[in-house]
Structure formats: structure tokens, C-alpha cells
Design a protein around this ligand. Structure first.
Ligand SMILES: [Zn+2]
Length: 182
């Protein structure tokens, strides 16, 4: 899935904070956005969907640190928890999309995301046919509702930016491989 979908998902993860610890909701949402972006930095370093995508190992950090944040909410613990949860969710949901190949609609691979503990790739589910597909944009739009309506300020602004990026990316997606070597 495309970055705007992952970042919107990171904001959704922070929504419960509004009920239990509203003073940390904004830092949680911003950390969720950062954690939603982070795994895809392996587009630039190492192997995409493997080097920074950990569908299992992120949880080993995310769950304990979430417990710590629940017991002792501070800016640091909440930020770490939401960052790790968002990166963990990102790594899992990529499984439900396509592979990292440039043209998933024409030349599909059977490698969605690498499962380190078993040393193999998970095969793509393709519920979202490819990143930047219309259904990916629809999902990003639905997930952006909390960022637009229940948050304001920076979180709302970043949500709008994410949606704009998502719309543009969806429009140009099929031409991207002609111009970018990914
Ligand atoms: Zn990813």
C-alpha cells in the first residue's frame, strides 16, 4: 500500500489516546505517521519489503512498549509505542497488497513482505491490487477521516498533505515505472 494509506493508519492507531490520554494524542498521531513511513525507507537502503519491514519482529517491541506506555504514559513512551505499532501494522498490511515489483498489475511477483523468522517471503494477498490502485486511495480516504475530523493542527495538515499525495500518486501510478527505476 502507498505511504498515505500507512500514515493515515498510523493516525487511526492514535485515536484511542483521545479517550484515555488526550494530552498525548497529538504526539501519538505524529509518531504513528512516522512509523507508517519508516519501513518504506528500505526503498532507498537495502532490500525493499525486507530490510525495514518486520511483520513479526516489530510486535516484539511494539507490544511491551505499549504496555509500558499504558502504565506510564509520557511523551517518550507514547511516541515509541505508536511508532512501533504503526511500523508493525504497516509491515503486516503490505502482505494484503501486491509485491514490490514496479508493475504489479502486469508483472506480478509472489513476494509481498519478508517473514524473517521463517526465512521466506509471504505471498501477496492482493486485496489491494497494487499500491496506488483506486481501492488503495479509497482506503487511504476512509482511514484519513479521524485525521481530518477529530484531530486538528499539524495532524490535520499532514493528513491533507497525505491525501493530496495519494490522489496524485494514484493518478500517475501506472506511468511511474516509465520514469523511475524502482
Ligand atoms: Zn511497505
Amino acid at each position: 500500500m502507498m505511504s498515505p494509506t500507512h500514515t493515515a493508519m498510523g493516525v487511526v492507531l492514535a485515536v484511542p489516546l483521545l479517550a484515555v490520554a488526550p494530552e498525548f494524542a497529538v504526539v501519538g498521531a505524529l509518531a504513528g505517521i512516522a512509523g507508517g513511513i519508516f519501513p518504506d525507507l528500505d526503498l532507498f537502503v537495502g532490500e525493499h519489503r525486507r530490510t525495514l519491514h518486520f511483520p513479526v519482529y516489530y510486535w516484539l517491541f511494539a507490544l511491551p512498549v505499549s504496555v509500558v506506555a499504558a502504565v506510564q504514559p509520557t511523551t517518550l513512551t507514547v511516541a515509541l509505542a505508536l511508532f512501533a505499532l504503526s511500523a508493525a501494522v504497516h509491515s503486516v498490511v503490505d502482505w494484503f497488497g501486491a509485491g514490490p515489483e514496479p508493475r504489479p498489475w502486469a508483472d506480478p511477483s509472489n513476494q509481498a513482505v519478508y517473514l524473517h523468522p521463517s526465512g521466506r517471503w509471504l505471498a501477496p494477498k492482493r486485496w489491494i491490487r497494487y499500491d496506488g490502485a483506486p481501492e488503495d486511495l479509497l482506503l487511504a480516504g476512509v482511514l484519513s477521516v479521524p485525521g481530518l475530523l477529530v484531530f486538528d493542527g499539524t495532524v490535520r495538515t499532514l493528513t491533507v498533505v497525505g491525501l493530496v499525495v495519494g490522489v496524485v500518486y494514484t493518478v500517475v501510478r501506472k506511468r511511474v515505472p516509465d520514469y523511475v527505476d524502482i
